[in-house]
Design a protein around this ligand. Structure first.
Ligand code: ATP
Ligand code: MG
Length: 446
């Protein structure tokens, strides 16, 4: 993409309404525009990051054997009356009437709808296990929408639902989700810690939230510092293996890690004092096992091996896709702007032409652009007639992890400059070597 033809409405001034750095940087980098409280348009740069996160979630869900689909945003109230949650959900639910005076709602989550789909089409235990998911906009009329996309009213969520014959199978599904979530967050360059949580309006006994540590997080968290040494890495997991998934769950949840909602001071006191940590965290996902709560209420049964109708065991699992864009920025920025992890960066590399209109510089930039594109990577070429300082400031603000700087002086010696956004370190090399280095970095992360 050539910047002169792109739509990147960066702001020079700090927007006064933004209280936290991710909100400020998303506005300044032209990623989002508020349309109403807690409701945003995703401008092209923000939309690209959102799509990258979505793609990682899709890939990791499907790697774990979960099946993508799409349910609507608007739901009939009848389903929620069946489960009893129409009254229980309260003012966070946006209730709407259609022209026939039917009660509708903008879905805050989809347990009822997926249970209805299930009971309409699945009749036998032979069709289990089954895990379906979608990535869809949700609406919750939050009392205090704030922090930009972190606590929106309309937000994008991956929500998945497992259906199993037995509690044991459903707990395997729970563990499988925990593993696939760990993988997903790591690919986004994040450490998200599973913490024992409260079940809230979803209901159920077993639940973990995934929290990214950040000063601006809304939750207070308490944990054993050993937990931050864990990393999932690129280990191969057989998602069908009960033992392997169970082992990962034990590894990542056996140390003390809780939010203020479930914090137990006596248990925490048993963690060696030098390892006790109190911090703040951003919730980027949650997994639940809730047994037969919805299948009992809504008659979702299958014929078991004994021929009897058996209610299915269920769980639900959510990832805050749009919140993650903010969470990643909270975890990765400096005073100049965003620093995208390579896994989610909107463009792979920036090209800065120090002397637009200089024939040699223009030709070299175009050649770089073509060879990077030919490798299947996306460069953002700043081809505007602007001062170098302004171009660097824009690149730093929007946070592409790598920048190639091209100017007449370097070209006389046959070199360009490759700069890391994270370390700020620059190195001179031929254009061919620069392209190869960038390509190798992205090959390594798949
Ligand atoms: P919170 O406690 O932050 O209100 P929640 O526990 O009600 O969230 P879940 O039902 O667990 O949310 O939804 C799954 C994920 O969706 C959350 O982990 C979070 O990342 C994301 N999410 C929830 N509410 C919002 C919101 N208002 N704006 C953006 N993302 C949200
Ligand atoms: Mg939650």
């Amino acid at each position: 993409m050539r910047l002169s033809r792109y739509f990147l409405p960066v702001l020079k001034e700090n927007p006064s309404e933004a209280q936290i750095v991710s909100h400020r940087l998303m506005l300044r980098a032209g990623m989002i525009k508020q349309s109403a409280a807690g409701i945003y348009s995703w401008l092209p740069l923000g939309f690209k990051v959102l799509r990258k996160i979505e793609n990682i979630v899709h890939e990791e869900q499907q790697r774990a054997g979960h099946i993508p689909m799409l349910m609507p945003t608007l739901q009939p109230a009848d389903l929620w009356k069946e489960s009893g949650r129409y009254d229980a959900y309260g003012p966070e639910m946006l209730r709407i009437k259609d022209r026939q005076d039917r009660d509708m709602l903008y879905g805050p989550t989809n347990e009822e709808m997926i249970t209805d789909i299930f009971r309409s089409h699945v009749g036998s235990y032979k069709d289990l296990p089954l895990t379906l998911y979608h990535i869809q906009w949700k609406f919750r009329d939050e009392i205090r929408p704030r922090f930009g996309v972190m606590r929106g009213r309309e937000f994008l969520m991956k929500d998945g639902y497992n259906f199993d014959l037995t509690q044991e199978d459903a707990l395997h599904a729970y563990n499988r989700h925990l593993v696939s979530y760990l993988r997903s967050y790591e690919r986004m360059g994040l450490q998200a810690i599973p913490m024992r949580a409260d079940s809230g309006p979803i209901g159920g006994d077993d639940t973990h939230e995934f929290l990214v540590l950040a000063e601006t997080g809304e939750s207070e968290v308490f944990y054993d510092s050993q937990i931050t040494d864990l990393n999932f890495g690129d280990r191969e997991i057989d998602f069908d293996s009960v033992d392997q998934c169970q082992a990962v769950l034990e590894e990542f949840t056996s140390r003390y890690a809780r939010t203020d909602e479930t914090h137990d001071a006596d248990l925490f006191a048993q963690v060696p004092a030098e390892r006790q940590r109190t911090a703040r965290g951003i919730e980027v996902g949650q997994i639940f096992y809730f047994g037969t709560k919805y299948s009992d209420a809504m008659g979702a049964t299958v014929q078991g091996p004994d021929g009897k109708a058996t209610p299915v065991h269920m769980g639900s699992h959510g990832i805050g896709v749009s919140r993650l864009v903010g969470a990643i920025i909270e975890a990765s920025h400096d005073d100049k702007g965003i620093i995208w992890p390579e896994g989610v960066t909107p463009f792979h590399v920036g090209i800065v032409n120090l002397k637009q209109g200089d024939e040699e510089a223009d030709t070299a930039c175009q050649a770089l652009y073509d060879s990077i594109t030919a490798l299947g990577l996306e460069p953002l070429y700043d081809d505007r007639n602007e001062r170098a300082g302004g171009k660097f400031a824009t690149m730093d603000l929007i946070g592409l992890p790598w920048r190639i700087t091209v100017g007449p002086r370097g070209l006389k010696n046959g070199v360009v400059e490759l700069t890391s956004r994270k370390t700020g370190e620059s190195e001179e090399m031929t254009p061919e070597v620069a392209v190869e280095k960038v390509a190798a970095i992205y090959r390594a992360i798949g």
